[in-house]
Design a protein around this ligand. Structure first.
Ligand code: ADP
Ligand code: MG
Length: 448
């Protein structure tokens, strides 16, 4: 199984370089935008990939979650397009392929911020929205399209989208695209782009199939540079792992309720859609403001829930893996695995929602006694050293470690997940359903 520290022969880059964005070749206009977002020191993955990217080389890069991969490809994309002519309607000059809708939105937001000064127009084109709306958006020139694979193919088939002008292709979260069975679709998209387009493949775990997207180039094969940034510095050191031992399922859910009642935000992962809904329903008995996400929720709802969570309007997000991959929430300090994940890579990805960009965070996994052997093996594979705690409502050590609190009963519990979703955010679908899919730059990045 591919894990962040998998072995291989790529060149590793020394972390801790003190080079600036400017020294790595970033144009001054972009350096200024980054500075306005308080981003001044490049992360190791950025140090490794930016010079190659600016030199026009294909770049394949494996780096841990939260290590700044979006900017590592976003900066060169924007720099490249800013100095090379204009785009035409329906014919983007750069294509970013990503597995989930939420990720597409998030990436498009980051790139729109960077490209604003150069007047670049960024669209996210994802499933779950009407083709007609996207047709309208594509009727104007588009510089960068951030897509999920299925929808991109749909749009191509209907001649609403052409990839013939693409100068750079990014495949982000390549391993998840592979896991979800999207690789043939991704290859199809890559093939529909000109041979000369520069290719970027980014992932937290990079498997062979994904890496081949770059390696298997047709003739006149371009130069390729491969980087692997090890996890230790960026993620593991500032991440504390707790294994919360409980007797059985009922105890597990009570413990989750105590944690969800804490003052600060957290994301809670569960293993299936049904389990997410069940947990959300259970937590609604208490005075906990929460939203929930899984792959079957409507796109507008998913977007509304995420927006409410990132604004801090809701405190708790209950989610399946597919709905939460790659999501970047500022200063989230706790991730809870309400169910142990089925494999080590998933543990790494879920946990990577916290301790991002050098901040510290805690990862707590609720483990029924019967699960503990499997879980120890999984943590071993993930290379994680977890501290074990007996967890039960009210136990001082457990309470203190997580800021857990006694849940208070909710006064009304009428808004069950069955109808429209959990409290607050899940109801907001009408509000953001009309949100334009053009990603307008925000002047400054909101920090909570
Ligand atoms: P990844 O894709 O590797 O999981 P992201 O690209 O989502 O990580 O970045 C994680 C967070 O780190 C984001 O909030 C981003 O704004 C921040 N970040 C990225 N690069 C830097 C940097 N050089 N300095 C400070 N923060 C950064
Ligand atoms: Mg990412």
């Amino acid at each position: 199984m591919p894990l962040p520290a998998a072995s291989g022969s790529p060149r590793s880059s020394a972390p801790g370089s003190s080079r600036t964005f400017d020294q790595l070749g970033t144009p001054e206009s972009i350096v200024r935008i980054l500075r306005s977002q308080s981003i001044v020191t490049p992360t190791p993955v950025q140090v490794a990939s930016l010079p190659d990217a600016f030199a026009g080389t294909d770049v394949s890069c494996q780096a841990p979650t939260g290590s700044g991969k979006t900017l590592a490809f976003g900066i060169p994309l924007v720099a490249k397009l800013a100095e090379s002519g204009a785009s035409k309607p329906g014919r983007p000059r750069a294509l970013v392929i990503t597995p989930t809708r939420e990720l597409a939105d998030q990436i498009a937001d980051v790139i729109a911020d960077l490209g604003a000064a150069a007047g670049l127009r960024v669209l996210s084109l994802v499933g779950g929205e009407t083709l007609r709306a996207q047709q309208t958006l594509l009727a104007a020139p588009v510089d960068i399209a951030v897509v999920t694979p299925g929808r991109a193919h749909d749009l191509r088939r209907r001649k609403m989208l052409s990839l013939e002008d693409v100068q750079a292709i990014v495949v982000d979260e390549a391993d998840m695209l592979a896991e979800l069975g999207f690789l043939p679709d991704v290859r199809g998209l890559v093939r529909a782009c000109p041979d000369s387009a520069q290719r970027f493949v980014f992932s937290a775990t990079l498997n062979d199939d994904a890496a081949a997207l770059i390696r298997d180039r047709r003739p006149s094969s371009a130069k390729v540079s491969t980087h692997r940034i090890t996890a230790s510095r960026v993620t593991v050191k500032n991440m504390r792992h707790l294994l919360l031992r409980v007797d059985d399922n009922d105890a597990a859910d009570e413990v989750v309720a105590w944690i969800a009642s804490r003052q600060d935000q957290c994301v809670i992962f569960a293993n299936s859609k049904a389990r997410v809904v069940q947990l959300a329903k259970f937590l609604q008995y208490y005075d906990i403001s929460l939203g929930f996400l899984h792959g079957d929720r409507g796109q507008a709802t998913r977007r509304a829930v995420l927006e409410a969570f990132s604004k801090g309007d809701i405190n708790v997000l209950v989610a399946t893996d597919v709905a939460a991959r790659g999501i970047d929430i500022d200063s989230l300090d706790l991730v809870v695995h309400a169910d142990p994940p089925l494999d080590a890579a998933t543990y790494v990805h879920r946990s990577g929602r916290t301790a991002r960009a050098g901040k510290s965070g805690t990862v707590a996994m609720v483990v029924r006694d019967r699960q503990v052997d499997d879980v120890r093996q999984l943590l071993d594979q993930a290379g994680v050293d977890a501290e074990e705690l007996r967890a039960a409502p009210g136990l001082p050590k457990f309470v203190k470690a997580l800021g857990a609190r006694r849940p208070r009963r909710a006064r009304a519990s009428s808004d069950a997940p069955g109808n429209r979703g959990a409290r607050g955010a899940a109801r907001g679908s009408s509000a953001s359903g009309k949100k334009s899919r053009v990603h307008r730059p925000k002047r400054t990045k909101k920090k909570r």
